[in-house]
Design a protein around this ligand. Structure first.
Ligand code: ADP
Length: 263
């Protein structure tokens, strides 16, 4: 399990009382749901908290092809016959890690059902194929992330799943905090970071008016990092901010124009 310990403090700029709330939630081992758009700091937050609490962290990026076996484990064939191999969730439950299921709504229904017995007071994980019931280690905690923005009616968590978690809201930070984050992460000065954040703020106003999702802090960090490497700011913004977020020619031109008013 020491392989999964977070060795150095991951930089996380708190934006509200989320650190204190998470600590309290961990004390009572409440399963947590981190809600918010992509690229706004959810993963970094969990890494920071695992480091702060001194607990191992096992992260799983969920996708639509993921089956319950990918989380729980499976029998493998080797020279000596068959051998059971724990999946990441089983490993975390057995040895007391924080298990972070990123974008849990992407996973198939049977995987979300598999986490149910771990998220109520039973804190058990039945491995039906193996004929074993794993009792969760006292340090084990389950954390999931969830982006309410682009969930369709077809792809939403069931109430019976949602109601097993405490939830923390994440969003893009306020201007000054985002400038601080972008500058710290990318190495650009505060003035450049502020311009990037202003571009993002303008683009975020277009969400629902031609853009599906706002420009994330992650994208600003990429743009800043390119600039810090000596790429011309205009080009850096095109590559890291505008092109990835839209395929629409008019929207692209509008965003490019917004960039030129800053750089
Ligand atoms: P999410 O998990 O919400 O998709 P991440 O946690 O991967 O997003 O955040 C993307 C990037 O944005 C991080 O790698 C980090 O550079 C930066 N970031 C966003 N919010 C913060 C924050 N509050 N403190 C530090 N870095 C942040």
């Amino acid at each position: 399990m020491t392989d999964y310990l977070v060795p150095e403090e991951p930089y996380y700029r708190g934006v509200g009382d989320e650190i204190a709330m998470y600590e309290a939630a961990y004390e009572i081992r409440m399963p947590m749901m981190l809600k918010g758009p992509t690229g706004c700091g959810k993963t970094r937050f969990v890494e920071h908290m695992a480091w702060k609490l001194g607990k191992p962290l096992i992260t799983v990026a969920c996708n639509e092809d993921m089956t319950a076996s990918d989380l729980l484990g499976r029998f493998l064939l080797d020279a000596n016959g068959t051998r059971w191999q724990d999946g990441p969730l089983t490993l975390a439950a057995r040895f007391g890690a924080i298990c972070y299921l990123d974008e849990v709504v992407e996973a198939r229904q049977d995987t979300t059902v598999a986490i149910h017995p771990l998220t109520d007071n039973r804190r058990i994980l039945p491995l039906e194929r193996k004929g074993e019931v794993v009792k969760a280690h006292p340090d084990f905690q389950l954390v999931v992330s969830y982006n309410p923005g682009y969930q369709s009616v077809m792809k939403d968590l069931k109430q019976s799943t949602k109601q097993r978690f405490g939830a923390l809201d994440f969003d893009y930070p306020t201007h000054d905090i985002e400038v601080e984050i972008v500058s710290h992460e990318s190495g650009v000065d505060a003035e450049t970071a502020s311009k990037l954040v202003q571009i993002a703020e303008r683009a975020r106003n277009l969400k629902g008016h031609g853009l599906d999702e706002g420009l994330s802090t992650r994208m600003l960090v990429y743009a800043g990092s390119l600039i810090a490497k000596g790429i011309e700011p205009l080009k850096a913004c095109r590559v890291a901010l505008v092109r990835p977020i839209t395929d629409d020619v008019d929207m692209r031109d509008a965003l490019d124009a917004a960039v030129t008013t800053y750089f």
